[in-house]
Ligand binder design. Structure first.
Ligand code: HEM
Length: 409
């Protein structure tokens, strides 16, 4: 139990219990006490454990860079997302997501080559072409069109397939498997099944690339397996992580950004009517902050006592770093609920911060910077076919997004 001498907060509202897509869900955590810090407080999560929920911008940045906040999900007391992650945690090979310090550097180095600015920039033309082709197909097709299926999801899926060297014909298979594992309510069986199927598939691909390499991430990893730097199992785990982290997130971000822009026509016009790369880059940052699609908190466990935001997190306490409220922290971002595409109030934490910050952030930024203005320019009359409140948001997934985005023009 976190150490805190605090007032009790009013009871949180009762949410209807539901597992249906797009419907409100049972609260994933229960606020226990208001802490004397405004930046973090203790909560109770699904397994009855009581980690700290960190919502303040300053505290989250301090903890993201604190080596005493470990990502090792095998440690007792680690605040797992759900039962599936908990029960498969011990068996999963270590990877970039779950290793600390030198071990983390070892895995992260394996991924650095494909995500260098040079390799990401080299994809720019391809991303523009993929975007244009998808818009051509939308314009040629029937109305209404679902922008999740026809735009937001296939663009990052194609890009990540290309970067990894995964044949796009297999995209449907990997989308299905990764959604299964990323569901907030995934059971141990779902997680093991989803991740297991992907890892098996990627092992096969790694073996193929060992004999027939190309200029892609799976070939880079295959080369390291051949050189006996990592095992085939570890390489498959790393590639699975990239595949899962790389398309569902960016797809969700594109879809939710479109809704945010349609709801703010003056801001939409700013992005549609500029070709200044700096203005577009600033706008994409604001959409990342405003939408903050990673909504269930990055997990850590304290290996020593940590003083932060005026309280002491004790060694062994779980920590949940919730980037969404931190990105809406009024002390850093005045009027946080307003979308202001020219905001200039410092970096947001949509991609985390510090040594575990998102490997794919340059790629994701580029995809947003290309896909959104291109869509707005080429289909300037775009509009939703149903009221915003009827949209099916992914309340039940670890990263926010939409199940469908029906539009006409
Ligand atoms: C809008 C899209 C995306 C968002 C909002 C996002 C968000 C994040 C966040 C918050 C973290 C930090 C995890 C932590 O500190 O615990 C992270 C890590 C990571 N992301 Fe992303 N991500 C996105 C797209 C991508 C893409 C496109 C890729 C790969 C192609 C990717 C690969 C990764 C990897 C491998 C890590 C782990 C890094 C490490 O632990 O060292 N992400 N991401």
């Amino acid at each position: 139990m976190p150490d805190t001498s605090l007032d009790t907060v009013p009871p949180i509202p009762d949410f209807p219990l539901s597992r249906e897509p797009g419907k409100p869900f049972d609260p994933p955590l229960e606020v226990l006490q208001r802490s004397k810090s405004e930046q973090l407080f203790p909560v109770r999560i699904w397994d009855g454990s009581t980690p700290w929920l960190v919502t303040g911008y300053e505290a989250i940045r301090a903890l993201f860079t604190d080596a005493r906040a470990s990502v090792d999900d095998r440690k007792p007391g680690y605040p797992h997302w759900n039962e599936g992650m908990h029960s498969t945690g011990q068996k999963r090979p270590r990877s970039v997501f779950t290793s600390d310090a030198e071990e983390h550097t070892f895995y992260r180095r394996m991924l650095s080559k494909p995500f260098t600015c040079r390799r990401v920039e080299a994809l720019r033309e391809a991303v523009q072409k993929i975007t244009d082709d998808h818009i051509d197909a939308i314009l040629a097709g029937p109305q209404p069109a679902d922008l999740v299926e026809k735009f937001a999801l296939p663009i990052p899926s194609l890009v990540i397939s290309r970067l990894l060297g995964v044949p796009y014909e297999d995209a449907e298979f990997f989308q299905e498997q990764s959604s299964m594992g990323l569901n907030r309510y995934a059971t141990a069986e779902d997680t093991a099944k989803g991740a297991g199927a992907l890892a098996k598939y990627l092992k096969g691909l790694l073996e193929k690339k060992m004999d027939d390499p190309a200029e892609d991430l799976v070939s880079d990893l295959a080369e390291r397996v051949k050189a006996e730097e990592i095992s085939l199992r570890e390489a498959a785990q790393l590639a699975t992580g990239i595949l899962i982290a790389g398309h569902e997130t960016t797809g969700g971000q594109i879809a939710v950004s479109i809704v945010a822009l349609l709801e703010n026509p003056d801001q939409l016009a700013l992005l549609r009517d500029t070709d200044d790369p700096k203005v577009i880059a600033t706008a994409a940052e604001e959409l990342l902050r405003y939408c903050s699609i990673i909504q269930t908190g990055q997990r850590r466990i304290a290996t020593e006592d940590i003083e932060v935001g005026g309280v002491t997190i004790r060694a062994g306490d779980g920590i949940i770093l919730d980037v969404a409220p931190a990105n809406w922290d009024i002390r850093q971002f005045p009027f946080p609920d307003q979308l202001r595409l020219d905001r200039d109030e410092g970096p947001n934490v949509a991609f985390g911060y510090g040594r575990h910050s998102c490997v794919g952030q340059q790629l994701a930024r580029m995809e947003l910077q290309i896909s959104l203005p291109t869509l707005l320019r080429r289909i300037p009359t775009l509009k939703l076919t149903i009221p915003r409140d009827e949209l099916l948001f992914k309340h039940d997934a670890l990263s926010y997004g939409l199940y469908e985005l029906p539009v006409t023009w």
